[in-house]
Ligand binder design. Structure first.
Ligand code: XIL
Length: 351
């Protein structure tokens, strides 16, 4: 065989192996016309296995922290776009879409903002300016934004926060009016971006998802710009009782004409002695499959994302003080877990 023939033979072998086995989540998602994503950290892109897994398996990414106030706005005057820009460049190089997270949240804010003793007028101006500058910077690069994140308590009431009432942006006591204001500023900043409200513990029907539904219904009826609802899906209850009504919840949101994105899925397992056993991994896989199926069977559910992708880098052990861990589809050595196989199967069937 000549050198050229050898090259052709190698290329053919690669194509054939891709077609027969070797399928990835990303390939099935592309074929189904849905987005499959993961939250990522710019500094980890330096790690070859992290970067290659991310690019191979996902057609979308989001900044786990890099676009939050606490990261992007170290001082009142200075915006640090560099880490976010690195994620965007990686996404572009690998033909992935970028989801933006997030423009207004009660957490992960810089000290200067929280301790600044600003008046509501100043807070209003700061938020308007922030939304405008960040969205304009990422215009044409970030296709959808979590404009406002996590405003409700479990009972469906609006939680106290810097943006609502401490001191708030001048709409204290007016429920979701501050979300409406943020959405209007966001639409003006980038009319092409899809605007989302994002929250946790809102998978099934419960008082909190009722509140999200009521807010979106109100916004849609009054022409307030909202294009979608993000359902975080940090699953804590391995019995997954709340998932019994996930289809109904997605259906009622879809009926309002908005899209749904599953935005932060992970399923923490109890960190007993050593690695999770086969039964725990199977239970975890069932939950992944359940949520993927619910999303993929609902035409308005257009994106499915996990919060990280490898157990090597996950916020769960830190957040639960070591009580839980191993919440993601790849283990700490980037080996596929049963949860990955369950996702692959759900995306394959969707085709
Ligand atoms: C978490 C990150 O994963 C952590 O690294 C960080 O320390 C705190 O925030 N809901 C959200 C996400 O909307 O932004 C949070 O991400 C997890 C809960």
């Amino acid at each position: 065989m000549t050198f050229k023939q050898t090259l052709w033979a190698a290329a053919l072998l690669l194509i054939l192996s891709g077609a027969c086995f070797g399928q990835t989540l990303r390939e099935y998602a592309d074929r189904a016309g849905v987005l499959v994503g993961a939250a990522a950290e710019p500094r980890l892109l330096e790690e070859p296995e992290y970067a290659s897994t991310l690019a191979r398996e996902f057609n979308m990414l989001t900044a786990e922290n890099a676009l939050k106030w606490g990261a992007i706005r170290p001082t009142r005057e200075r915006f640090n776009f560099e880490p976010g820009d690195r994620l965007v460049a990686f996404a572009r190089a690998h033909k992935m879409k970028v989801r933006g997270h997030c423009l207004a949240w009660s957490e992960y804010n810089p000290r200067w903002l929280e301790k600044g003793s600003f008046t509501p007028e100043q807070m209003s101006e700061l938020l308007r300016e922030h939304i405008t500058k960040v969205m304009r910077h990422y215009r044409g690069k970030v296709f959808a934004w979590d404009v406002v994140n996590e405003i409700f308590l479990a009972d469906g009431s609006v939680e106290s926060s810097v943006w609502y009432d401490q001191p708030g942006i001048g709409l204290k006591g007016k429920g979701t009016a501050y979300v409406e204001q943020a959405l209007r500023w966001a639409r003006a900043a980038d009319p092409d971006a899809q605007l989302f409200y994002n929250d946790y513990d809102t998978e099934g029907i419960n008082p909190k998802s009722d509140a999200v539904y009521a807010m979106v219904k109100d916004f849609r009826s009054r022409g307030v710009p909202i294009d979608g609802v993000g359902i975080q899906a940090h699953i804590v209850d391995l019995e997954a009782k709340d998932l019994a009504t996930i289809e109904q919840n997605l259906a009622r949101l879809a009926a309002l004409g908005v899209q749904i994105h599953i935005t932060e899925l992970d399923v923490g397992l109890p960190s007993g002695a050593g690695q999770p056993d086969a039964a725990a991994l199977k239970r975890q896989a069932e939950i992944y499959r359940r949520i993927a199926d619910a999303c993929l069977r609902q035409p308005k559910c257009t994106a499915f994302q996990t919060w990280g992708f490898t157990d090597k880098y996950t916020w769960i052990p830190g957040y639960t003080k070591g009580a839980k861990g191993a919440p993601l589809p790849f283990d700490a050595a980037y080996k596929k877990k049963p949860a990955y196989d369950a996702l692959l199967e759900a995306f394959r069937r969707r085709r």
